[in-house]
Design a binder for this molecule. Structure first.
Ligand SMILES: Cc1ncc(COP(=O)(O)O)c(C=O)c1O
Length: 446
């Protein structure tokens, strides 16, 4: 089936969404408020979501793999969160004052997260990475931040560099030109090259921020790469920041830092932590985090936590509920999630061995991505490889559309599995991927 026919089929069953998008475009630039929610021809509008499923306004049902930007590790609207909100929301939406939930939540995070001696909460992962960068610069008295090529750390100004290939340009207009002087990139999983860049910049280097599993295709960092970043930052008086907004509470309860056994100086958190409500957090070494303390305003004092809604009781008690639940059920949940992820990745790899077009699966734990390499047999060790060696356009447009039409909502060729994904859901993900790739093989647009 050609792209035109696919779009026709998509459109025929999504007339209400089409009308909504037309209205949205008149009053919202591009029709969306988060860029990645757009996809051609137009996004479907969601009516409700429960467990592993979402339903759109035209009544179509999907097995969801996007899971609220990978936030829903227990599926959409899990009972434990919904009941908590129902029972506790009365009088507890937003106070703008301290509350007991935040104290208990911070205590638990310091217990489960290896790098956390103290924590500051905010409203999003973007805010968390912004504060982490500021802390690194203040603590070290230096300005340069190195980030991994292809790393997304939210929409904040400081890290708006090197997200998309060729990774050299800042990602937006409206940024000061100096941004490229103070934020530069290292290649992910390329230890030698990274060390060379670090050593060229030791005098200026405030910190390195890296996702321990590159979100672009869920490629885990090689242990050696992380070890060297740890050693080099220590050696040159810079800080190592792990952005665990995706991996925190997902790769393991204690995040990728626990799984990989490398402890950064600072960690940034979000997504799963909020139990579905907006949240972010910076956690780390006491001596660094104490720079936020307003009662000890010294020369290096760092302004954090300007958020009207930071630590609101709603986000704090949902966070507390989910983190306690994950902690109490850690032994069951994480092996189960890893098993589901492994099943999907291995089944897909087996199918792809037979396929005429080259297909490669990446991922770890409950995360997976399907990539379409231009050539068979390539290894994908970082976002650079994914951007240059695979057909990301085909993955994001044609494959996505074929999967959506079959009832699987996939983003960038994959997504995040949750405890709510059943064996049937997994079978559907695998069989629909097989069918979609079969269709792509047969299609004359290949
Ligand atoms: C690794 C990483 N860091 C930071 C962010 C920003 O978090 P938020 O969208 O909550 O601002 C994201 C969001 O996708 C992310 O994936």
């Amino acid at each position: 089936m050609s792209i035109e026919k696919l779009i026709k089929e998509y459109t025929e069953k999504r007339e209400t969404s089409k009308r909504l998008f037309k209205r949205a475009k008149r009053v919202i630039p591009g029709g969306i408020s988060h860029n990645i929610r757009y996809f051609p021809p137009y996004p479907f509008y969601v009516k409700k979501a429960k467990g592993a499923k979402i339903w759109d306004v035209d009544g179509n049902e999907y097995v969801d793999l996007w899971m609220g930007h990978y936030a829903h590790i227990l599926g959409h609207s899990p009972e434990i969160i919904v009941n908590k909100i129902k029972n506790e929301i009365e009088g507890r939406i937003h106070w703008g004052l301290v509350n007991e939930y935040e104290v208990e939540l911070a205590e638990i995070l310091c217990e489960i997260l290896p790098s956390a001696e103290k924590v500051r909460f905010c409203c999003s992962g973007t805010e968390a990475t912004m504060y982490a960068v500021r802390l690194a610069r203040a603590f070290t008295g230096k300005n340069l931040i190195l980030k991994a090529e292809g790393g997304w750390h939210g929409g904040g100004t400081d890290l708006c560099v090197g997200i998309h290939k060729p990774y050299e340009e800042s990602e937006s207009s409206g940024l000061v030109p100096e941004i490229k002087k103070y934020t530069r990139t290292i290649p992910f999983n390329e230890t030698e090259k990274a060390v060379r860049i670090i050593r060229e910049n030791t005098r200026e280097l405030a910190g390195i921020i890296v996702e321990p599993v590159a979100g672009a295709a869920f490629i885990p960092a090689e242990l050696e790469f992380l070890k060297v970043l740890r050693e080099e930052t220590k050696k040159w008086g810079a800080l190592l920041i792990f952005d665990e907004v995706i991996t925190g509470f997902r790769i393991a309860l204690g995040g990728a830092q626990k799984k990989f056994g490398i402890t950064p100086d600072l960690s940034t958190l979000g997504k799963i932590l909020g139990g579905g409500i907006g949240i972010g957090a910076v956690a780390g070494r006491k001596d660094i985090m104490d720079l936020c303390d307003p009662t000890k305003k010294g020369e290096k004092w760092v302004l954090t936590g300007g958020g009207t809604f930071s630590c609101n009781p709603l986000s704090m008690f949902t966070a507390l509920t989910i983190i306690k639940y994950l902690k109490e059920n850690e032994e069951k949940i994480y092996p189960q999630l890893d098993k589901k992820g492994k099943r999907v990745r291995e089944s897909l790899e087996n199918i792809f061995k037979e396929s005429k077009i080259p297909v490669k699966c990446t991922g770890c734990g409950s995360l997976f991505k399907i990539n379409f390499p231009f050539q068979r047999g390539v290894s994908l060790k970082n976002p650079h490889d994914v951007d240059y060696l695979t057909d990301t356009d085909k993955r994001d447009k044609e494959f996505r559309l074929r999967m959506i039409i079959k009832g699987v909502h996939i983003y960038r060729g994959g997504g995040a599995l949750s405890t709510a994904h059943t064996s049937e859901d997994i079978k559907k993900i695998i069989s629909c991927s097989k069918e979609a790739i079969g269709e792509m093989e047969r299609s004359n647009i290949m």
